[in-house]
Write a protein that binds this ligand. Structure first.
Ligand SMILES: CC(C)(COP(=O)(O)OP(=O)(O)OC[C@H]1O[C@@H](n2cnc3c(N)ncnc32)[C@H](O)[C@@H]1OP(=O)(O)O)[C@@H](O)C(=O)NCCC(=O)NCCS
Length: 193
């Protein structure tokens, strides 16, 4: 399997993988596991596939289905980083909590801006591999692919604790002293590394 840009047909599979990957109480409070929550995420993923939007989704898939996906954005500087609304995440739908969404993205956006504000870089926002396809190098392949498209820019992401080792093996380092999100640790991969 080689990385390719996602198409609109991939959106239901991307949503299904998201629901298997982020299924605890906390994520359900941000993205309710309801028709409304699913409609919100469907709108978001559909928007990121639109080439006129700043985000891009790369996927690995074969005849048995979609295995892994990575959502990324380019930040061109010199202004602040874009923030979740600027990146195209929709406003919450009725029945969703703006406070929860704001708390989730707000802390990550703040540490992202503290680390990278004003600098050209690539922001990796979301990586997921279907539980049945993990440990086969899919996420690593997608990160390396996006790094190859980064045109000499640094890469930044916010890592859940269990994924820090994976990103360290891919050349990322924890950005010390700016962590504001309880859940997510800021990490950067220098283009020169
Ligand atoms: C983190 C994640 C994207 C890794 O995907 P992957 O395709 O299995 O990644 P790779 O095969 O390239 O690398 C596997 C590494 O991920 C780590 N890993 C985390 N959870 C794992 C799991 N359930 N199964 C296998 N490896 C896992 C291991 O450290 C493993 O390291 P290794 O190379 O020493 O074996 C995947 O576990 C996932 O989707 N998790 C849920 C969503 C998530 O947490 N996304 C990242 C948020 S920062």
């Amino acid at each position: 399997m080689e990385p390719q840009l996602a198409s609109k047909d991939d959106v239901p599979s991307i949503l299904a993988i998201f629901r298997t990957c982020f299924s605890d109480e906390y994520f359900h409070s941000v993205f309710p596991p309801t028709a409304t929550g699913d409609a919100y995420l469907t709108q978001a993923f559909t928007r990121f596939i639109d080439p006129s939007q700043p985000g891009q989704i790369h996927v690995l898939k074969n005849e048995s289905g979609l295995k892994s996906m990575l959502l990324w954005f380019t930040e061109t500087g010199p202004e602040k980083t874009q923030g979740w609304r600027g990146r195209g995440w929709p406003s919450p739908y009725e029945g969703m909590s703006l406070d929860k969404i704001q708390e989730f993205y707000g802390a990550m956006d703040a540490q992202h801006d503290a680390a990278m504000g004003g600098r050209k870089h690539v922001y990796i926002e979301l990586i997921m591999t279907h539980p049945s396809a993990r440990g086969q190098g899919h996420a690593s392949k997608l990160v390396r692919h996006v790094a190859s498209l980064a045109d000499g820019r640094d890469l930044y992401l916010d890592a859940q604790g269990h994924a820090i080792g994976l990103y360290e093996r891919l050349g990322f380092k924890v950005v010390e002293g700016i962590k504001m999100s309880e859940l997510m640790t800021p990490m950067m991969r220098s283009a020169s590394s």
